[in-house]
Structures are given as C-alpha cells and as structure tokens.
Ligand binder design. Structure first.
Ligand code: NAP
Length: 446
C-alpha cells in the first residue's frame, strides 16, 4: 500500500493511481473466530477490546462489479467495534456466515477473521465494471449502509431492505484498515475543508442523528421543539445537539462531567444537566425503577427550559428509557436507536398511552439521508466532533476508550495518513467555516 500512500500524498492524478498494482495483502484491524470465547464468564466491563483486536496483514479479497477498493487514509471508532471486540451481544461471525450463504460474492465475507470499522475517508483506487459515479482518484467518505439493490424492499427506504447490513459490523473488510472493499453506493464526496481524520469520523454517527431528528423517518423535529439529548457530547449526541440548534430547536443536553458541560456550552447548548452531579438513580435496585427520580429529572428540565421535551433522543437504553418515556411531553416522541446499558427495556406504559406519546425506532440512515447529512458537513453547517486520534496499531486502545466512556465525541484512527492534519483540499472554505468551530472537540475535549 506504500505506493498508494505516496501517490495520494503527492496528489497524483486518478490514472496514475489506477496504474499502481494492487497488493496481495494489506494491514487491517480484526477479531478472530477462534477467540470468541476468550471472555467467557467475565462481566461486560471486564471484556477488554485491547485483547481481542489484532492488527496484521490479511489477504486482498476479490472485488465485485458494483464495488470499489478504497485506500483508507483515516477511520474512526464506533461503538459497534466495541460490541464486535467484546463479542456482545453475539459474536459477529454469525452475520458473516449468513452473508456467506446469500450469494457467491457474499461468500468472500465468511472468513475466520472479521475486519472491523464502519467509518472511513480515503481515495478510490479501483472501481468495478458496473460502477458509474466513481473512479480512481476520487476523494471520498464512506457510509455504512450495505444494501442489496436487487431487493425490492430496498427501493423506498433502503433501511427497510430485508437484508440491510452495516458495513464493517455485519460485513467483512471494514474501514479500520489501509484498504477497504465497499459497494459504490456507500461512497460520498469527502468534505473538502476537512483533513482526513476529521472527514473520517462523521458518516456513521452524523447520519444516524440526522435520521433520528431531522428526517421524516425519525422524529422530524420542528423549530422550537425542546429536545432532551442523552450523552450530548458522545458520538451521536455531539451531532444531535448541532442538529437541534441548526433546526431552531432547544436542546437540553445530559452529560456526566464538568468538562463535558463546558464542551456543550461551547457548542451553544445553554440548557445542560450533569447527571453525575445530579446523581439520578432511576433504578432503586436491579429490578425496580424509582418514579420519583424520573419526576426529579422532569422538574430539572422544566427549571431549565420551562417545559417538557417534545423529543427525547434515546440510546442509553435500560438505564434511562423509563425516565425518557416519563419526561417526554404529552404527544411527544422518544426516538431510540440503541441500548448501550441494556436492551431489555422497562417503562411505565400508562405514561405512554394516557399522554399519547410514541416511541420511534431508528437505525443508521438510507443513502439519501447519509448524503444529506454529509452535505451539511461539506457546507460547514455541521462540525466534526473529533476529540482524539490514534494510529491503526492502537485500534484496541482507542476502542477501549469508547468502551469505558473515557472519550468525548469521536475517536479518529490514522490508517495510511502518516500524520494528523493532512488532506485539506479547500483551505479557504476551512477559514470561512472557522478553525475554532471545526476543532471544538479536539481543543476542549479532556
Ligand atoms: P458514545 O460516544 O459512547 O456516547 C454515548 C454517550 O451516552 C456517552 O458519552 C455517555 O455520556 C452516555 N451514556 C452512556 N451510558 C449511559 C447511561 N447508562 N445513562 C446515561 N447516559 C449514558 O457512543 P455513541 O457513538 O453515541 O453510541 C451510543 C449508542 O448508540 C451505542 O450503543 C451505539 O452502538 C449505538 N449506535 C447505534 C446506531 C444505529 O444506527 N442504530 C448508530 C450509532 C450508534 P455521558 O457519560 O456524558 O452522559
């Protein structure tokens, strides 16, 4: 891959990049099928991504006609890489086996190793014979919606396709590597004013937050809506707060430290709750929730913004869902995409039906939504929430930061990019958007 790296850093034209021979193998971060039992008997907290994630050379797969090879300059950690590396709730090799049974091309994914990673920025180095919109030399970011376009259900909202998958989680050959294999319909133009690692960190969380809040497929927020955002400086929450502010809403951000409160204020979020300082105890014990604590949260929100949330942006799951359903306004919406603290959810249904609230499920984003969210990044209307950068060799350490909630926003990973700060193609736009705004999380993160 060294020749590709040099050509990209020199700004070589697409024809030159297309003429460089492909390698037989490339460096990648992966988990191994024969290690899925390595954490047997341990609690979730004791399962350490650093032990499960390996970085080594793997064989180059064959490329299908509708696919591209992308030289990855930078990638990012998502929580799904944490799930894969601790083999919870299931080892992801089951997903690869199922994909392997689906088609001849699907078979390539069923391997004894799983290359992880669902975000990347880089350069197209080969395009399959059926690819129309992209060619070698194109600078791209990659979204993770992996869809079979021959499935009729994929042609309205592609997230409803029966075999919709997340690249690098439910497929092999993910983005935490020097090279990745993607479908052409996962590609989007790289935001020209961002460097490689800033560009790489957005697609998964930014698109997910866009669908949850902005899209008619999600909560479809309107001007003036009060939106309670859990984990408001996390991967999803850092974008969610920006969407609420952009759309004329009123965010109420929940975080867990004084430094995160400062970060939220720098983003422009005036109503902030520090859940560590407030010591909310929504669960009296493992089996019993405490409604008086839900009520206390509701009062705290009213004290800040004078009313109940029209929308609750949910992802912590078991720990918070009861409270989220309780505090949502009459007729309001709880939009959920995850359950970090546990997926067996309990809430008091009386508060849902008597007050005509709804729970809306959401999962990643279709191509149109991901493209719209990427456009807002390109326009400088949404900023990357990159707070730290690790080399590919330290993917396990980077994932463990996310596993133990030691990070803010997104953690980037340098793959072929030899150092931080490279790849800005439009410095004038960068200056116009503002260095301080682009780097808020990098400057103020712990
Ligand atoms: P993240 O960067 O770790 O941020 C999550 C934030 O949630 C943390 O910063 C933490 O903030 C807060 N949090 C964690 N546990 C909590 C608890 N028990 N109670 C209240 N707040 C809690 O992760 P992320 O990237 O935002 O992802 C969050 C979840 O969504 C993960 O489970 C991930 O797998 C999932 N996800 C799903 C999709 C999808 O398409 N379905 C897409 C992206 C992510 P404070 O400590 O500051 O409060």
């Amino acid at each position: 891959m060294e020749r590709f790296r040099e050509a990209i850093l020199e700004g070589a034209p697409g024809e030159d990049i297309a003429a460089i021979p492909l390698p037989d193998s490339y460096r990648a971060a992966f988990v191994k099928k024969d290690e899925t039992e390595m954490f047997a008997g341990l609690s979730t907290k004791e399962k350490d991504p650093r032990k499960a994630i390996h970085v080594d050379e793997i064989a180059l797969p064959e490329m299908a006609p509708d696919e591209c090879f992308v030289a990855v300059m930078a990638s990012a950690i998502n929580f799904n890489t944490v799930w894969t590396s601790i083999f919870e709730p299931l080892p992801t090799f089951g997903f690869l086996e199922r994909l392997g049974r689906e088609s001849v091309w699907g078979k390539r994914h069923d391997l004894p190793y799983h290359v992880v990673g669902s975000d990347a920025s880089g350069v197209v180095i080969r395009a399959g014979s059926a690819v129309r919109g992209w060619k070698p030399g194109d600078r791209v970011v990659i979204h993770c919606n992996y869809v079979d376009d021959q499935d009729p259900d994929a042609h309205d909202d592609s997230m409803l396709a029966s075999n919709q998958r997340i690249w690098g989680f439910e497929t092999n050959f993910g983005g935490l590597a020097d090279l990745t294999l993607v479908k052409a319909n996962q590609l989007m133009p790289k935001p020209e004013h961002l460097n490689w690692e800033e560009a790489a960190c957005n697609a998964l969380c930014n698109s997910t937050s866009y669908r949850m809040l902005v899209s008619p497929n999600g909560a479809h927020m309107k001007q003036g809506d009060v939106v309670l955002v859990w984990g408001a400086t996390g991967g999803l929450g850092g974008y969610a707060v920006q969407y609420v502010l952009n759309g004329g809403g009123i965010p109420v951000g929940v975080v867990s430290s004084a430094s995160k409160v400062k970060l939220l204020e720098a983003l422009g979020c005036e109503a902030v709750l520090d859940r560590a300082e407030k010591e909310y105890r929504f669960w009296a014990d493992e089996h019993t929730q405490d409604e008086s604590e839900w009520r206390r949260l509701g009062k705290d929100i009213r004290a800040l913004v004078g009313e109940d949330p029209d929308i609750v942006f949910e992802h912590p799951g078991r720990q918070t869902m009861g409270a989220s359903v309780f505090v949502a306004k009459r007729g309001g919406t709880v939009v959920t995409c995850a359950a970090t603290s546990g997926y067996m959810i309990e809430y008091d249904n009386r508060h849902l039906w008597m007050k005509l609230k709804q729970i809306k499920s959401s999962h990643f984003a279709n191509y149109r939504e991901a493209y719209a969210a990427n456009r807002l990044i390109r326009l400088g209307r949404i900023q990357p929430v990159l707070s730290a950068v690790y080399p590919l060799e330290e993917t396990g350490e980077a994932a463990s930061q996310v596993q133990y909630n030691l990070h803010e926003g997104k953690i980037g990973v340098l793959c072929l990019a030899p150092e931080e700060g490279l790849g800005v193609d439009d410095p004038a736009r960068r200056a116009k958007v503002g260095e301080d705004r682009i780097t808020t999380f990098r400057r103020l993160g712990a």
